[in-house]
Design a protein around this ligand. Structure first.
Ligand code: ITT
Length: 244
């Protein structure tokens, strides 16, 4: 479902604006700017039961050229500033990725682009399977004791009066084979020891409770509630997500 007021749609770039036609509401307060459907589903889950709702919005624009920073926090704010400038709305973004200890933190901030330059793993149009294949190849000689990794999430927000970013992480181990069909990205090889399952074997609500994203966005949501940014909330306030 697309939930955006008509006057806001007019301020989007042409390629995006055309995609707002099938739904209109009056009160959009915060935009969740991401092109990643997996993130949208998870942030919606994390925010469920709160004042803030997350709605899907189709946006074919890539965030890759905006992500020129050298940290997750920088990139989260760069994306949020870009969409805030375009839309004039308080804008929330997620920059996240996987860091493998024995690889010195790789793929890190390049998690989405990992393997993109190699035809062997799918090239520019590569998907999650190509990224995972490259990671497992890089790690094939590492023993079970040397497969520690962490997911990191930077949840950024930019509004008229300022910017803020909330970082959090979760520790795990990279398996030698993929397991499970839920989630997205590297979830099938990210084994979460306390639950004895990969992230792809967790339900969305189980993952939301323990994930880097769940932790970072709950902190952001708590801050939002206290910040005054949502003063005079309305029952139909929405976070609107962009995704392709
Ligand atoms: P946006 O920039 O549009 O939000 P993106 O997918 O390009 O989407 P990032 O640059 O933040 O986002 O890259 C994050 C990548 O890290 C993502 O594509 C996955 O490959 C990986 N990743 C992040 N969180 C993950 C999670 O919860 N489970 C599995 N993989 C994850």
């Amino acid at each position: 479902m697309v939930l955006v007021p008509s006057e806001l749609a007019n301020r989007f770039p042409r390629k995006v604006a055309g995609q707002f036609s099938d739904g209109i509401v009056d009160h959009v307060r915060i935009l969740l700017a991401t092109t990643n459907q997996g993130k949208i589903a998870e942030v919606r889950e994390i925010m469920s039961g709160r004042l803030i709702e997350v709605a899907g919005l189709i946006d074919s624009a890539s965030t890759e050229e905006i992500e020129t920073g050298s940290t997750f926090a920088e990139n989260a704010l760069l994306k949020a500033k870009h969409y805030h400038r375009t839309l004039g709305l308080p804008t929330v973004t997620d920059d996240s990725g996987l860091e493998v200890e024995a690889l010195g933190g790789i793929p890190g901030i390049y998690s989405a682009r990992y393997g993109i330059y190699s035809a062997r793993y799918g090239g520019p149009g590569m998907g999650d399977a190509g990224r995972i294949a490259r990671l497992l190849d890089e790690m094939k000689d590492l023993s079970d004791q040397c497969r520690g990794a962490r997911f990191i999430c930077a949840a950024g927000i930019v509004w008229e009066g300022g910017e803020k970013v909330f970082l959090d992480e979760v520790q795990g181990v990279i398996l030698k084979e993929a397991r499970g069909g839920n989630g997205f990205g590297y979830d099938p090889v990210f084994f979460y020891e306390p639950l004895g399952k990969t992230f792809a074997e967790l339900t969305s609500s189980e993952k939301a409770k323990v994930s880097h994203r769940g932790r970072a966005f709950r902190r952001l949501a708590g801050w939002l509630t206290d910040s005054g940014l949502l003063d005079t909330p309305r029952s139909d306030d929405r976070i609107v997500a962009t995704a392709d």
